[in-house]
Design a binder for this molecule. Structure first.
Ligand code: DUC
Ligand code: ZN
Ligand code: ZN
Length: 471
């Protein structure tokens, strides 16, 4: 078993900032020691002088290989998790998919097979429910027994992933019984489809109309409805990829009333607005759902404030990349929607960039503390998704998933240098203040000195428990 000493760094957890040397023994953190006091034998020493030593990032919203709109997300578990590692993320929770007319557990088994032997970092699964019926409700219990304790449902995408209010209520009632949690894609897809049809009939086919036909009030409405259904069912609720002030207001109100309502947002909603969807078909690079919001309505700053106040608890990525042009054997996926914005595959790349982006936007730009950065990117994801204290902190007995972060070496994002399997970066040319220096995954150094030292299949499946942040 390899013993490693991470020396001279500043350890940052969700609650504390302190100088300490971190002793790693095999896959686990063995001890935190006063600097310079360890006098035993180690196999390697990592110098973290002038750097932060933080728990590895946990991205609880990724879509490796997701089938969508006649194609599939371009990152495989192998390429996407390797890219995640480069960016300081050491665990993901990806979405397995129940297809309509199929069993939920069949979907889970399919995704387990995609990840096993391929993932570079540890991984768990949520399960997307696309067909809630008696069998699916029973399978929710089986999934929980297998460490899948969260189920995503869609109020959007009629005919594909969509569930009606009755199906949502039934699944929430089951979650209330078995301790699991429903994650909601909260957009009123029925109303949105009417707007899309009307826009296309007017000849409005460019990517900008993706944003215009998915207005923020329809996210607010769906968020309200989901909260009320969860209240009726007596079940906790987690709103995924929250983008809009109206939706955050609903979450805040529910939380103020003591409800078990939680929410995440994603970097693209913190850094970009709807203008990015203009510029002709180039805007397709920014097509995701819910869409980027109107700059004039100040959604971005409202989301940052939500992270500061705690009304938003997590930043995940919704990593779901599609290529603009033929690349690495993949077709021009986004171009499926040339001439019809509704056919542009929805999703943006980001799993590699989250830790550095949020450090920059939060800490460098003085919106959140260093500790809150760690909390929203690692600790709360671990606690809310049943992986704590094995993941999400640096303490004796925890998995040694550790990032040495250099706050003084900037990183310029570019598709030329990133590791995601996609031919563009939404953040092309953006200079971020700090960068990931070294990454340990269960005690093994997988990123150091600008090189990747891991391999496909190093990652293990994480059986998750329940949300420990319930009131
Ligand atoms: N939104 C996206 O942008 N892509 C995949 C699924 C989703 O809900
Ligand atoms: Zn979604
Ligand atoms: Zn998603």
């Amino acid at each position: 078993m390899t013993r490693t000493l991470i020396e001279n760094g500043t350890v940052i957890t969700a609650t504390d900032t302190f100088a300490a040397d971190v002793l790693v023994d095999g896959e686990k953190v063995a001890a935190l020691l006063a600097p310079g006091t360890f006098d035993g034998e180690v196999d390697q020493r990592l110098d973290a002088s002038g750097k932060y030593v933080v728990p590895g990032g946990i991205d609880v919203h990724t879509h490796m290989e997701l089938p969508f709109g006649g194609t599939h997300a371009s990152d495989t578990f192998e390429t996407g998790t390797r890219a995640a590692a480069w960016g300081g993320t050491t665990s993901i929770v990806d979405f397995a998919v129940q297809s309509q007319g199929e069993s939920a557990m069949a979907g889970l088994e399919e995704w387990m097979a995609k990840a096993e032997g391929n993932s570079a970092i540890d991984y768990g699964f949520h399960l997307i429910l696309s067909d809630v019926n008696e069998q699916t409700l029973k399978e929710m219990d089986t999934a929980v027994d297998n460490g899948v304790t969260t189920f995503k449902m869609f109020m959007a995408y009629p005919g594909v992933f969509y569930s009606n209010d009755g199906q949502i209520l039934r699944a929430m009632q089951k979650a209330g019984e078995n301790g699991s949690m429903i994650q909601m894609h909260a957009e009123n897809g029925i109303a949105i489809d009417v707007l899309v049809e009307q826009a296309l009939a007017r000849g409005e086919t460019d990517p900008i109309h993706h944003g215009r036909t998915r207005p923020s009030i329809m996210e607010g409405e769906a968020t309200h409805r989901a909260i009320k259904l969860a209240e009726l069912a007596g079940a906790p609720l987690y709103i995924v990829h929250l983008t809009a002030a109206e939706a955050l207001a609903e979450v805040t109100m529910a939380r103020d009333e003591g409800a078990n309502v939680f929410a995440e947002t994603c970097p693209q909603y913190l850094f970009f607005g709807m203008n990015e969807l203009g510029n002709g078909f180039e805007g397709a690079k920014f097509v995701c759902s819910p869409p980027l919001r109107d700059e004039a309505e100040y959604h971005q700053e409202i989301l940052w404030t939500g992270l500061a106040t705690g009304d938003l608890q997590i930043v995940s990525t919704d990593h779901c990349p599609f290529c603009m042009d033929p690349y690495d054997g993949l077709p021009a996926q986004k171009r499926l929607g040339e001439g019809d914005f509704s056919k542009i595959p929805n999703g943006m790349p980001g799993v590699e960039n989250r830790m550095e982006l949020i450090y920059h936007g939060a800490v460098t730009e003085e919106r959140l503390s260093l500790n809150r950065w760690v909390e929203v990117c690692s600790t709360t994801p671990a606690r809310m998704f049943g992986m704590y204290p094995r993941k999400g902190t640096i303490s004796p007995g925890a998995d040694a998933d550790i990032v040495i972060f250099d706050p003084d070496t900037p990183h310029v994002i570019s598709a030329e240098t990133h590791h995601m399997r996609v031919d563009y970066s939404a953040y092309e040319g953006m200079e971020l203040a700090g960068s990931v220096d070294t990454v340990l995954s269960r005690g093994r150094v997988i990123i150091s000195d600008g090189d990747y030292h891991g391999s496909a299949g190093d990652g293990q499946y994480v059986e998750r428990g329940f949300n420990e942040l319930l009131i």
